[in-house]
Design a protein around this ligand. Structure first.
Ligand code: AMP
Length: 558
């Protein structure tokens, strides 16, 4: 049987813009909670928006942007950790047809200026500062050095309006509060006319992909791409206006702004922001304090939550579902999320920025095996296939090759990079993911790793995931990543980088080899074992294996 499946086609795609969809939901659930931001400091009040209030705030910001002369198709950047204003700007730009450019909060001046120039960004809305970053200084530098950037807007700091950026240095700079005042200069009818003139196939969002090497590329996504993807994930999770979705993952990434915001807000559900960036305690507190029914995270976030010393003291009884995505999840972690966190319907979503993002997903009612060992099956209105990475021909079920996705969710292309687009999307419209996968007889997809993470030792192809899953069963190991390092004799050798459970005995290579002996083929037993406190990660929670490999090579002098 060919490794090809098409998702269900019985429910038609939404044929509206994000603004039209939002206004329809606001009319349906005017007094329901839409957005809640947990208090930044204990004892302070949470900030809350009903659908009506959120729509009012979105419209005020949209009119202010119109007053600044922002036209449809112009690029407006957002560079901030998670906060309510992020969401408000997401919807305000969508209503006026401006293209929102998500800027990774971990970027520094060099990367910021690259994205400003590459996207032709006209306005940047930035947090003034964060624990680790002086956004104000870097934004001002970009304003001085990039002629395309005309305006800077500084958000209130951490939702506390009294803490503003320093005095504006030029007319090109204003605070968020000052920007909002401009709304008075533009009537509601102007906004309505703009909204009515937009098309679902207009680009509305640029997401620079979290590639760990080379310069980021801007995936260009339309209303149709991301609204439908968000909505369809919620349909499969059974979302209604009664759901309360706790989103500790970053908004700058599709996990936060699509699987989070667009999904929840197209169902009349509430998005709950536990904090500006992830902490395991804040995520569980938000579930407890706001009655979260759904919790999101990459696997490392769930691992950190389960490892909290006071984990058992949180009331997670309102949880029913959630999304685990972004990287492979150890089966044991998935089991604990289902049993100990009450997330009986938790789904695994698989996808990438370029596909809006989700292309396969597990379904409520799938077997435990399907929900722990696979990333589910093809989403509605999409197609998946596994091809030979060299010849491009479609493989048989069970064979490992490159996973490809086709359908409405595939991006329009990389912004102003037709050559890179042509490398990623083939002539038949298939997005090549760079992920190794196989499809089983029931059409469920198993991810075997990135093509470039595959280790070839003495001619044997080794998929690090298999060894990670095995080592995860070691009683002392809390988390593990397996990488390939250069070796004169075998080409590559395996290294296991482990984080030990608190209080566990130290581990070394002979001890790990002893644990593996007789249970893993000899060539899969790691030659090197390194104990670490943490793994280098992107803001979206992806482990930087490339960086780990460079570090290991330097340390071992290979
Ligand atoms: P991004 O564009 O940042 O969303 O990264 C996309 C990549 O994340 C994919 O190409 C996969 O390598 C990885 N990924 C996303 N979801 C999953 C998942 N559920 N299981 C394994 N890998 C995943």
């Amino acid at each position: 049987m060919r490794a090809y499946t098409a998702g269900d086609t019985d429910v038609p795609l939404l044929d509206e813009t994000i603004g039209q969809n939002f206004e329809r939901i606001v009319a349906g659930f005017p007094f329901h909670d839409a957005l809640i931001e947990a208090a930044p400091v204990p004892g302070a009040d949470a900030r809350r928006w009903s659908y009506t209030k959120l729509n009012d705030d979105v419209d005020r910001l949209a009119r202010a942007l119109l007053a600044r002369g922002v036209t449809a198709g112009e690029r407006i950047g957002i560079w901030s950790p998670n906060c309510a204003e992020w969401t408000i700007l997401q919807y305000a730009t969508a209503k006026i047809g401006a293209i929102l450019v998500n800027v990774n909060p971990a970027y520094r001046s060099h990367e910021l200026e690259f994205v400003v120039r590459q996207s032709g960004m006209r306005m940047l809305v930035a947090a003034p500062s964060d624990r680790a970053s002086d956004y104000t200084g870097m934004a001002r530098q970009a304003l001085a050095e990039c002629p395309e950037l005309k305006e800077l807007v500084f958000l209130p700091d951490g939702g506390q309006p009294q803490l503003q950026a320093g005095d504006p240095e030029t007319d090109a700079e204003m605070t968020y509060a000052e920007l909002l005042k401009r709304a008075d200069d533009v009537g509601h009818s102007v906004l309505k006319a703009r909204l009515a003139g937009l098309d679902p196939d207009d680009p509305i969002n640029l997401q620079y992909t979290s590639g760990t090497t080379g310069f980021p590329k801007g995936a260009t996504l339309t209303h149709r791409n991301i609204l439908n993807n968000g909505y369809s994930i919620g349909e499969l999770l059974g979302y209604t206006e009664h759901d309360r979705v706790v989103v500790p993952v970053p908004f700058y990434h599709c996990f936060g702004m699509v699987i989070g915001n667009l999904n929840a807000l197209s169902h009349g559900a509430a998005t709950i922001i536990p904090g500006r960036s992830f902490t395991p305690a804040a995520a569980l507190e938000a579930v407890q304090d706001f009655g979260g029914t759904s919790l999101y995270g990459v696997p490392t976030m769930f691992i950190a939550e389960l490892a909290l010393p006071d984990f058992a003291s949180y009331d997670l009884s309102t949880l029913r579902t959630g999304v685990m995505a972004g990287s492979l999840c150890p089966i044991e972690v998935m089991n604990r999320v289902i049993t100990e966190m009450n997330m009986k319907d938790v789904a695994i979503c698989y996808g990438m920025t370029e596909t809006s993002p989700v292309s396969t997903m597990t379904r409520v009612g799938d077997t435990m095996q399907q929900r722990t060992e696979t990333v589910g099956r093809t989403m509605p209105q999409l197609e998946s296939q596994v091809v030979d990475p060299v010849t491009g021909s479609v493989l048989e079920r069970g064979e490992i090759g490159e996973l490809c996705t086709r359908g409405y969710a595939v991006m329009k292309g990389y912004w102003n990079q037709p050559d890179k687009t042509a490398e990623a999307i083939d002539a038949d419209g298939w997005m090549h993911t760079g992920d190794l996968a196989r499809m089983d007889a029931a059409g469920y997809v198993v991810i075997e790793g990135r093509i470039k993470d595959m280790v070839i030792r003495g001619g044997e192809n080794i998929y690090p995931r298999e060894i990670e899953e095995f080592l995860y069963t070691h009683p002392s190991i809390q988390d593990v990543q397996v990488i390939g390092v250069p070796d004169a004799k075998y080409g590559e050798e395996l290294m296991a980088c482990v984080i030990l459970k608190p209080g566990a005995e130290p581990l070394d290579a002979p001890a790990v080899a002893e644990f593996c002996r007789g249970r893993l083929a000899h060539y899969k037993i790691p030659r090197y074992v390194e104990v670490r406190d943490s793994f280098p990660m992107t803001v979206s929670g992806k482990i930087r294996k490339v960086e780990m490999r460079h570090e290991a090579v330097a340390r071992l002098g290979l």
